[in-house]
Structures are given as structure tokens and as C-alpha cells.
Design a binder for this molecule. Structure first.
Ligand code: 6U4
Ligand code: NA
Ligand code: NA
Length: 157
């Protein structure tokens, strides 16, 4: 199980717009997603979240501006090496303009216009709650094709 981060840059509180990245390489290629990736050895989750924001879309954020919004565990029965544990964050303040990188093409979406059909299938179960200001925790079990959600439990607070 690898430990990862997923950070959602938003404008407005409550959120009005969200920045998503079209992933160009690796696991999840072709999907819009938040920004994040593996927490490296010796790194805190917050340091990893800030590093991945810079690497994937070129914005510079302070760890103290990350708002922790929950934790999810993804299980992929066909690809156990891709099972992971995700720390979720929202961020509303940063420096720099989002820019396309070799990994991700960033695009702003109105909160009412989020392209759930081009995202991981679990996102529609938890992202609306997070954007309304709730914290979530849960477990997601994917089908053998790594595309459908076979089972999901999401708790909100
Ligand atoms: P590194 O080398 O860490 O940059 P990368 O492929 O960018 O690799 P990875 O695979 O370590 O990232 O982490 C996967 C990223 O995709 C994390 O930000 C979490 C996110 N992610 C994976 N499965 C997801 C899912 N089902 N729903 C979702 N985000 C998911 O919303
Ligand atoms: Na990533
Ligand atoms: Na990455």
C-alpha cells in the first residue's frame, strides 16, 4: 500500500471553481484528477502535497495553507501494487499561475460543471461533500478492470 496525497486547488469559500489536471502519463492517464502523488521516504504528507503541486502544475503553496479534508483508501484487486492510501487537501491560496507540465494539463471548472465522467469513478461519491466543506474518510474497492467502483464506504463529518 503506498501513501499518497491529493490536493484540490479551489477558488471561493464555499468553493465556486476547482482546478483539475488532465493526467498525461502513468496510472490514471486520460483522467481529470487533483494534484498529488507518492509521499517519499522521510517526507511529511504536507511537504509531499506542496511538492506535487509545484511539479504537476507549477503553483507554489505554503504547507500552512493546506486544509486537510480527509483520507481515502483505494483498493485495486487486479493491481495490488497500486493500492493506496490518500491524504486529501483543499488549498485556496498559492503563488504563480497554473501551467501545463509534462505530467498534467490544468483546467478550471465551475463546481456545477465538474467532469465526473472523465474522472476516477469514486470522485462523484466524495468530492461534492468536500467542496461543501465536509471532511471525508472512506474505503473504495475497484472492479477487476480498475474502472468501476465495486464497493465504497464514505463517512462525512
Ligand atoms: P508520482 O511519481 O508520485 O508523481 P503519480 O503517478 O503522479 O506518481 P501516484 O500513482 O503515486 O502518482 O499517486 C496517484 C495519485 O492519483 C494520487 O494523487 C492519488 C490519485 N488517485 C489515485 N487513485 C485515485 C482515485 N481512485 N480517485 C482519485 N484520485 C486518485 O480521486
Ligand atoms: Na501524481
Ligand atoms: Na507526481
Amino acid at each position: 500500500m503506498r501513501s499518497t496525497t491529493l490536493c484540490l486547488p479551489v477558488q471561493g469559500n464555499p468553493a465556486e471553481r476547482i482546478l483539475l489536471g488532465m493526467k498525461k502519463t502513468g496510472f490514471g492517464r486520460g483522467k481529470y484528477n487533483g494534484f498529488g502523488g507518492k509521499i517519499e521516504d522521510g517526507e511529511t504528507p504536507e511537504a509531499a502535497a506542496v511538492r506535487e503541486l509545484a511539479e504537476e502544475c507549477g503553483i507554489v503553496a505554503a504547507e500552512s495553507d493546506l486544509e486537510p479534508v480527509g483520507r481515502l483508501v483505494f483498493t485495486f484487486p487486479a493491481r495490488p501494487e497500486d493500492d493506496h492510501d490518500v491524504q486529501l487537501y483543499i488549498i485556496r491560496k498559492w503563488q504563480g499561475q497554473p501551467a501545463e507540465t509534462s505530467e498534467m494539463k490544468p483546467v478550471w471548472f465551475a463546481v456545477g460543471d465538474i467532469p465526473y465522467n472523465e474522472m476516477w469513478a469514486d470522485d462523484s461519491y466524495w468530492l461534492p461533500a468536500v467542496l461543501k466543506g465536509k471532511k471525508v474518510s472512506g474505503e473504495v474497492y475497484f472492479s477487476e478492470d480498475n474502472e468501476e467502483v465495486d464497493g465504497i464506504t464514505i463517512r462525512t463529518e
